[in-house]
Ligand binder design. Structure first.
Ligand SMILES: NC(=O)c1ccc[n+]([C@@H]2O[C@H](COP(=O)([O-])OP(=O)(O)OC[C@H]3O[C@@H](n4cnc5c(N)ncnc54)[C@H](OP(=O)(O)O)[C@@H]3O)[C@@H](O)[C@H]2O)c1
Length: 241
């Protein structure tokens, strides 16, 4: 078994964008995949198009029982879970006067509580098994601030703090925790913005493509057991932040 070949990787938010690209990258590298998101049709279409074995679990990652269900599903399908990529996320932005506070709880649930809960559930199993890798998808927004983006960036920053603490707690256990922080990447995450007549961030500059982020995730996972590339920031080359 290689660093990725023959490993079992669970990818959240695999139905579009960065998650789908990570699925393709890891499948090409020989991983067995568990693909999860809410849109089953998208997951099944992706699974049918991948070169390697995969299994699909349609679930809402914000439901507290989903991480345990995912772990049980991966174990039933492939015998274990070696890699977890916490990628599912949503983006709602807006300044004080217009931000819809109805978006606050779903953003906290999706972008913070779900990856933390899923990391803990999988980390406990990986620690017991003596090895594994967890990659959390953050954002360059965790390190920048501007009007209208404090809630999203703050949740990513909180996720980074929780991930770092978990990395420290797991040091020496064989379980590695790392972060990839994407810059502006052309995905459906900007669809809500565009539906409200705003320009998507991916329309201001030449954006990254999802596969650029997938390559970074693969790089983290391909390191020898002694090395942990614990954080990687991937900026669009045209980004002046
Ligand atoms: N695109 C960027 O510029 C950018 C930059 C920095 C960081 N990121 C981060 O990258 C990650 C992936 O985003 P993306 O750009 O690829 O966006 P995307 O194309 O909109 O994909 C988001 C994924 O998350 C899933 N998801 C959302 N809510 C969910 C829920 N409640 N339960 C289960 N799955 C859920 C979606 O699937 P379903 O709707 O089918 O459930 C979808 O697969 C996010 O964490 C995002 O914050 C993106």
């Amino acid at each position: 078994m290689g660093a990725i070949a023959g490993r079992v990787a669970v990818i959240t938010g695999a139905s579009s964008g960065i998650g789908a690209a990570i699925a393709r990258e890891l499948s090409e590298a020989g991983a067995y995949l568990v693909l999860t998101a809410r849109r089953q049709d998208r997951l099944e279409a992706l699974a049918a198009d991948l070169p390697g074995k995969s299994a699909v679990l349609s679930a809402d990652i914000t439901m507290p029982e989903t991480p345990e269900t995912l772990l049980a599903f991966a174990t039933a399908q492939f015998g274990r879970a070696d890699i977890l990529v916490n990628n599912a996320g949503i983006l709602r932005v807006g300044p004080l006067d217009t931000f819809d506070l109805a978006h606050l709880s779903p953003m906290i649930a999706t972008n913070y509580e779900a990856p933390v809960r899923t990391s803990y559930v999988f980390a406990r199993a990986m620690k017991a098994a003596g090895g594994g890798s967890i990659v959390n998808i953050s954002s360059i927004g965790a390190h920048l601030t501007a009007a209208g983006v404090g809630i999203y960036g703050g949740l990513k920053k909180a996720l980074e703090m929780a991930s770092d603490a978990l990395r420290i707690e797991l040091a020496g256990s064989g379980v590695r925790v790392g972060l990839v922080a994407p810059g502006t990447t052309a995905t459906e995450i900007f669809a809500d913005m565009k539906a409200h007549g705003e320009q998507g961030w991916d329309e201001y500059i030449t954006p990254l493509q999802p596969e650029d982020i997938a390559r970074a995730v693969r790089y983290l996972l391909e390191q020898p057991a002694r090395a942990n590339v614990a954080r990687m920031h991937v900026y669009a080359a045209a980004d002046s932040h």
